[in-house]
Design a protein around this ligand. Structure first.
Ligand code: G3P
Ligand code: CA
Length: 322
């Protein structure tokens, strides 16, 4: 919906760099965000969490086992949630070496010893970037972080990111309905996206799907709609009534490297009728997470207004060239 994107000061077919350029550098680190800036991403995406001493930081998982060396540094506390650590404690962690081990073909010596980053550091990269990308900020697990929406507002306000001339520069996103409502309460004029995923109650799970005895979960979804029109409409209506300017659904994706996500890879919540219904209701659609050229073109042609990608370089080139 080009008109709505323009009205909100947003790029049409927005490229949202998911945790930075997290294909070419360790996710949610300075080089990942710097690369995303250099390749021309429209938005730098981050998952917001808060340390025990109140610092807002960019980390995706509930704990730091996957993307830091926490098991070596704090072996007793390795499974503890992020909010039980102070920023000084987290600064001691290496958030880059795991990537070199996981992706030796893309490893760089300079990634060893990288630090976790704060919201302020990501913001400063956006501010120093020639084409002035926006920030696309997700509030996660709000039960761990009561009041984080207000903290975010104060930080953004203090640095001028909620001024009138910054229109469209910040987008807030969440899967969590209570966080959407809290974001709407404290920042009613900032655009918000309600993220949609296949496990959100409308979609039968592996255990509850009424599949035939000899049918796999994937086969079950291949033969039926992932969500009924009534369910999808209800989802969209909830988003709209609670201040969202759009929804962020998952789509089918060619590239997955983790088993948990791949179980949802065939559940397309951005089918053509879903894109059309969103637009008919005046909602944008920013979908996640596309890392394959053909997927990017397919969904762009379906009419989605933007997508999250771990490969912003590929996305910018693909949208320019095709
Ligand atoms: O934030 C948009 C989408 O990527 C949500 O998934 O789990 O990567 O934050 P996640
Ligand atoms: Ca996210």
């Amino acid at each position: 919906d080009t008109a709505l994107s323009e009205q909100l000061g947003m790029a049409d077919h927005a490229v949202i760099a998911h945790r930075g350029d997290s294909y070419n550098a360790p996710e949610s680190t300075l080089p990942a965000y710097q690369l995303a800036c250099e390749v021309g991403a429209d938005y730098l995406e981050l998952d917001l969490q808060r340390t025990k001493d109140g610092k807002l930081i960019a980390v995706h998982d509930d704990n730091l086992k996957r993307n830091t060396n926490i098991e070596t540094v704090y072996p007793e506390r390795a499974s503890d949630p992020v909010n039980t650590f102070t920023w000084a404690e987290l600064e001691k962690l290496d958030a880059g070496s795991w990537y070199n081990q996981a992706y030796p073909e893309r490893a760089r010596e300079s990634f060893r010893g990288l630090k976790l980053v704060t919201l302020d550091q990501v913001r400063e990269i956006a501010e120093g970037c020639a084409h002035q990308p926006g920030l696309y900020i997700e509030t996660k697990v709000p039960e761990f972080f009561p009041g984080i929406e207000e903290d975010l507002k104060q930080d953004l306000t203090q640095h001028g990111w909620l001024d009138k001339d910054a229109k469209g520069k910040v987008i807030l996103q969440t899967f969590n309905k209570s966080s959407l409502e809290a974001l709407q309460d404290v920042m009613p004029n900032v655009p918000k996206i309600l993220l949609l995923w296949a496990g959100d109650g409308y979609i039968p799970t592996k255990d509850s799907a009424p599949k035939a005895d000899d049918e796999s979960y994937a086969q079950y979804y291949a033969r039926q709609e992932v969500a009924s029109k009534a369910d999808y409409a209800e989802w969209l209506d909830y988003a709209k009534q609670n201040g969202a300017i759009g929804v962020g659904p998952s789509g089918t994706q060619a590239n997955f490297d983790d088993a948990w996500s791949s179980q949802f890879s065939y559940m397309d919540l951005a089918k053509t009728w879903m894109v059309d219904m969103s637009h008919e209701k005046g909602l944008l659609m920013h979908m996640y997470t596309l890392d394959d050229r053909e997927d990017m073109i397919r969904y762009r042609d379906r009419g989605v207004d933007g997508f999250f990608t771990n490969r912003p370089n590929m996305a910018v080139k693909t949208l320019t060239d095709s």
